[in-house]
Design a protein around this ligand. Structure first.
Ligand code: C2E
Ligand code: MG
Ligand code: MG
Length: 499
């Protein structure tokens, strides 16, 4: 017979026992849960801050730490929305650093980067709270001025130009930096981001055209002009590929013997219909776009091939080529000249390089170093358009130039304007003292010629003697002169009408 005994155990005792047996499992689970949550929280936090950093990096320019193009578009959109709601204007200033490429090319990218950081600080320093500065890339900065009218935008542009009056110190160097600023206003010059930025950019190009270190406010006509320049640049590129250019030579004569001493090569672009396009219509576009370097190479190659033909017939003849600022500052400039001369199998003693006074005196130490390298190759140097720049006498004394070309603006006033006569006299005295030959440019009358000769000028060039002529005409003129014996001061055997 089965005996059953019923023991009454209190429920608490059962729970306690159950708890004692299961508690470690629960505790372990709770600890695990706690640690897991902490890790998950830490990972999530890390991810969040990482992606926040990535987003902010994507909106920052790594060089200057300024907001970049992506951030600018959002800011500008907000500004336009606010301006529309509040019914006021806002402005954008497109700031481009003049000739920044030259700094990069001459001193290297490290110096260029340091300069950009300095520039960012200078611009930031001349803005007010609430103005927004960003770097679009390269040497382009954009300033957004919320709630700003035309007068204030102009005022701030002027303040920015003023801020760059003093050269900037980068390492050991003092670099003279100037900006060109284009201004566009909402809503007058554009009601959306793209149009405003495009028009501010167009206005900036106008500021460059005005001679740089300037600001320009957008006008509708500017768009047309910029389109025209872009078209010319395109056509010029094609023309360079096809070699659609010609050289004209303008004779330079010795004022006392009357004989032809040399010639200045002047480029002409042969247009689609065969018409000749003069340099003033395209040289500055070629300069701005950098195409001038290719054009310069074409000019030198043509000069070499002409000289190779002519030098036997006309011994002692020299030929001059014009070199524009961008070509002159190109770090490969001297090497390119050397290469082209070697390729043609020519020495350099017949070649004269003309650089303007302004180019020579813009960073005179660097200019003198380039000129010294050219001189070492046997090339002679002429300072063109002398009197229109600001030469320092100290530099002029050291400048390794052979000739000084008196600008035609002084020559044209020589027999009518006392000031011009005085200036020409001073330049002639200066060139005699510095032992440089003087060439008077742009002589248009016999009176000017005689006056200059009486003042002691050595060489003459100008329409009165001869307009620029074709290479064939120049050669026959040179050959005739070479065959003639001097017939006394200033007596010319012929005067020519050229191209
Ligand atoms: P530039 O070097 O001062 O050349 C002299 C300019 O004055 C030439 O104009 C010439 O035709 C003009 N000229 C000469 N005699 C007289 C005169 O008696 N009266 C007047 N009114 N003008 C005179 P062009 O050929 O139109 O050239 C203009 C400028 O274009 C040149 O000034 C030079 O700076 C530039 N240029 C010409 N060819 C080249 C080139 O191959 N390369 C570069 N970089 N620049 C060039
Ligand atoms: Mg010249
Ligand atoms: Mg000149």
């Amino acid at each position: 017979m089965d005996i059953y005994a019923y023991v009454s155990v209190p429920a608490t005792y059962v729970w306690q026992r159950w708890w004692r047996q299961n508690m470690p499992v629960f505790a372990a689970f709770a600890v695990f849960l706690g640690i897991f949550s902490m890790i998950a929280y830490w990972v999530a936090q890390r991810e969040r801050s990482h992606s926040r950093e990535l987003i902010s990096q994507a909106r920052r320019d790594s060089l200057t730490g300024l907001p970049n193009r992506m951030a600018v578009e959002e800011m500008l959109e907000w500004c336009i929305r606010m301006a529309r709601t509040m019914r006021h204007q806002c402005a954008v200033l497109f700031v481009d650093i003049d000739r920044f490429k030259d700094v990069n090319d001459s001193y290297g990218h490290d110096v260029g980067d340091q300069l950009l950081r300095k520039v960012a600080k200078v611009i930031q320093g001349s803005l007010r709270d609430g103005n927004f500065l960003s770097r679009l890339g390269g040497d382009e900065f954009l300033v957004i001025l919320p709630a700003c009218d035309q007068e204030t935008a102009i005022l701030i542009s002027k303040r920015l130009l003023d801020a760059f009056r003093e050269p900037l110190r980068v390492g050991e160097r003092q670099l003279a930096v100037t900006p060109s600023i284009g201004v566009a206003l909402f809503p007058e010059h554009g009601e959306d981001i793209r149009t405003l930025l495009k028009h501010a950019d167009t206005a900036m190009y106008e500021a460059k055209r005005l001679g740089r270190n300037a600001f320009s406010l957008y006008m509708d006509q500017l768009g047309e002009r910029v389109r025209h320049r872009v078209q010319i640049e395109q056509e010029l590129r094609e023309a360079i590929k096809r070699g659609s250019f010609q050289l004209a030579y303008q004779p330079v004569v010795d004022m006392y013997s009357g004989r032809l001493a040399g010639g200045e090569a002047l480029i002409r672009w042969v247009g689609q219909d065969g018409e000749l396009i003069m340099p003033e219509a395209f040289i500055d576009i070629a300069e701005d776009s950098g195409l001038i370097c290719q054009l310069g190479e074409w000019v030198l190659r043509s000069l070499c091939s002409h000289m190779a033909e002519w030098r036997k017939a006309v011994p002692g003849l020299w030929l001059a080529m014009n070199v524009s600022p961008r070509q002159f500052r190109d770090p490969a400039f001297v090497a390119k000249i050397e290469g082209i001369l070697q390729e043609a199998g020519m020495d350099a003693t017949w070649l004269v390089v003309e650089i303007t006074e302004t180019t020579a005196m813009d960073d005179p130490e660097a200019s003198m170093a380039i000129m010294a390298r050219l001189r070492a190759m046997g090339i002679r140097i002429a300072i063109d358009d002398f009197g229109t720049g600001h030469s320092s006498l100290g530099y002029l004394k050291r400048i390794p130039a052979d000739k000084i070309k008196i600008d035609k603006s002084f020559v044209s006033g020589i027999d009518v304007n006392v000031d011009d006569t005085g200036i020409v006299q001073t330049i002639l005295a200066l060139s005699a003292m510095l032992q440089k030959a003087a060439v008077a440019e742009g002589i248009e009358t016999e009176a000017q010629f005689n006056a200059l000769r009486d003042l002691g000028c050595e060489y003459a060039q100008g329409y009165w003697i001869s307009k620029p002529v074709t290479p064939q005409e120049f050669l026959s003129m040179a050959a005739r002169h070479a065959a003639l014996v001097s017939c006394g001061p200033g007596r010319f055997y012929e005067r020519q009408v050229g191209v």
